[in-house]
Write a protein that binds this ligand. Structure first.
Ligand SMILES: [Zn+2]
Length: 141
C-alpha cells in the first residue's frame, strides 16, 4: 500500500482503538516507512518503541508490507496491546536482570513466546470487533 493509504486508515482507527482498549497513554505517534531496513528478512509490518514508562508509544508502520485495512487494524491492535501489557513487560525486564546470564536466554525466549502468543490471541478477537465499529471512510478523527 502507499504511505497515504496507510496513514488515512491508521488515523481513522487509532483514537477509537486507544479508547476501546482503555489505554492510559498521553501520546501515540505514528511513523511511516516503506520497510524495516534494519530487519528486512523479518518481513515486519510494524515496530514499536515506548518511552517514559509507556506514557508515549512510537509505532512505525511499514506501508509496503501492509495490504489492507484488516491487516492495518490488526497490527495497530497488536502494538497497542503491547502498550496495555507494559507493566508486565516492565516487570520482566527488571526481573531478567536478576537472572544469571546462562539461564537468562531461556527465560527470555519463554517470556517472549508467551507474550507474543497472548498478544496475538487477543488481537484476533479484538480486530473483528474493531472493524465492525470503525468509522467509515472520510470521517477521519
Ligand atoms: Zn508483538
Amino acid at each position: 500500500m502507499t504511505e497515504q493509504e496507510v496513514k488515512e486508515i491508521a488515523h481513522r482507527h487509532v483514537p477509537q482503538l486507544i479508547n476501546a482498549l482503555g489505554i492510559d497513554i498521553q501520546d501515540v505517534q505514528l511513523y511511516y516507512e516503506p520497510i524495516d531496513k534494519e530487519n528486512e528478512a523479518v518481513l515486519a509490518a510494524t515496530d514499536i518503541h515506548h518511552v517514559e514508562t509507556y506514557r508515549h508509544a512510537y509505532i512505525t508502520l511499514y506501508y509496503e508490507r501492509l495490504r489492507d485495512e484488516n491487516q492495518i487494524v490488526g497490527v495497530l491492535i497488536h502494538e497497542l496491546l503491547h502498550v496495555k501489557l507494559a507493566p508486565i513487560e516492565t516487570f520482566f525486564a527488571t526481573w531478567e536482570r536478576l537472572i544469571p546470564k546462562k539461564q537468562r536466554v531461556a527465560y527470555t525466549y519463554l517470556y517472549n513466546h508467551a507474550l507474543e502468543r497472548t498478544v496475538s490471541g487477543l488481537q484476533i478477537g479484538l480486530s473483528e470487533g474493531a472493524l465492525k465499529q470503525a468509522p467509515k471512510d472520510g470521517s477521519a478523527a
